[in-house]
Write a protein that binds this ligand. Structure first.
Ligand code: SAH
Length: 348
């Protein structure tokens, strides 16, 4: 079984090579490829425009996907959470949400099983780090979401489990496949990072046309390093400086993400300090209201506090959005992807 050629996640040239090696005409690859990425394929038999002999060959020698869907939950607001099992038994989660009534469908995907960053407020951090996902495993999350729902994903956010910039090569190759194969525009892809400075510099050198979002979450070094251990290594001022250079090089605005937590980082003084800290940074601000969970002592601020925080940043000239809460009732909300299952649970 393991030696089968996995289809989902392959580039067109990989598929063409496979077809040629198996005495099929090269253009069959393009047909398979359209089924894989642009339609919602569930079964090799469903590729009805392929000759029966090609389908038989594919059934014998290939397998659609190496990860499997273990569980799916649907929230009252329509948000869906998917739990995937990887071939070695590790787990990864993804979320599918609709932000408005338009056709946009946003998938939030994972780049690692667990996370090594240890942010004190984050549920994923409690899992610890298991391993990087390879680019096929990253891509297959979208493939399985599409085949499971019959819907085409239009926007992708790398905001699930893990730190994308610490799985850099697989991040970049998966984005390439999403752009070229799934036909998701670069501007509809967002990568969120806790601030790995050398990798942000590396990104700036690439032709990276997607949006970079930075989990800042604090207005200064002292507060940030209490919440996010990564800040001890990559300091606040240097991070802002690096982001400024990034915007200059790429011409692209960054998104500053800021999770508002009651009595931690939500005061008027915090808002003013944040406004000054990012005043020279070409950026929009995305305020995230803390999603509470039973294992955490952090709480969300009240509505007044949130509005005041927003106004102060807006008065400083920033465009500010408040992230809508999605899927909270199924723990699919931001920062809640913690795989309630353990490996043993899944295997029964
Ligand atoms: N490691 C990357 C990608 C994770 S994105 C990063 O840090 O950006 C997940 C986002 O949700 C991060 O901004 C994270 O800080 C935030 N988050 C974590 N726990 C949260 C919670 N309980 N409520 C709201 N946001 C949370």
């Amino acid at each position: 079984m393991d030696t089968k050629f996995i289809l989902a996640g392959k580039s067109l040239s990989d598929l063409e090579k496979f077809m040629i090696d198996n005495n099929q005409s090269k253009f069959r690859a393009k047909q398979v490829f359209n089924w894989l990425y642009l339609k919602s394929l569930k079964d090799i038999n469903d590729m009805t425009d392929l000759p029966l002999s090609t389908r038989e060959l594919l059934k014998e020698k290939t397998s659609l996907c190496s990860i499997t869907l273990k569980d799916k939950q649907i929230s009252k607001d329509g948000t869906m959470k998917f739990l995937f099992e990887l071939k070695d038994g590790n787990l990864a989660e993804a979320v599918l949400m609709r932000f408005d009534n338009r056709a946009n469908l946003t998938a939030c995907i994972s780049t690692q099983a667990g996370c090594a960053m240890g942010c004190s407020f984050c549920a994923t951090a409690k899992l610890g780090f298991k391993r990087d996902l390879d680019s096929e495993e990253i891509i297959q999350q979208i493939f399985l979401i599409q085949s499971e729902t019959g819907l085409k994903v239009t926007n992708i956010v790398y905001m699930g489990q893990g730190e994308p910039l610490l799985n850099f090569d697989n991040l970049i190759s998966s984005i390439k496949i999403f752009r070229e194969q799934f036909q998701v525009g670069a501007r509809r892809i967002t990568v969120s990072t806790c601030g790995i400075i050398p990798k942000i510099k590396e990104l700036a050198k690439l032709d990276f046309q997607s949006t970079l979002a930075i989990s800042l979450h604090a207005p200064n070094q002292e507060k940030r390093q209490k919440l996010m251990p990564v800040a001890k290594k990559y300091k606040f001022d240097e991070l802002i400086q690096t982001l400024q250079e990034y915007t200059q090089t790429t011409g692209r605005r960054v998104t500053v993400e800021y999770v508002l937590m009651k009595d931690i980082n939500d005061s008027v003084a915090d808002a003013k300090e944040l406004a000054i800290a990012i005043s020279k940074l070409k950026s929009n601000v995305n305020l995230i209201i803390y999603n509470q969970n039973e294992k955490s002592n952090f709480k969300k601020p009240n509505k007044d506090t949130i509005q005041k925080f927003k106004y102060i940043l807006e008065a400083s000239g920033k465009k500010v959005t408040i992230r809508l809460e999605r899927g909270a009732d199924i723990d699919a909300a931001c920062g809640q992807l913690s795989s309630k299952y353990t490996k043993t649970d899944v295997h029964g």
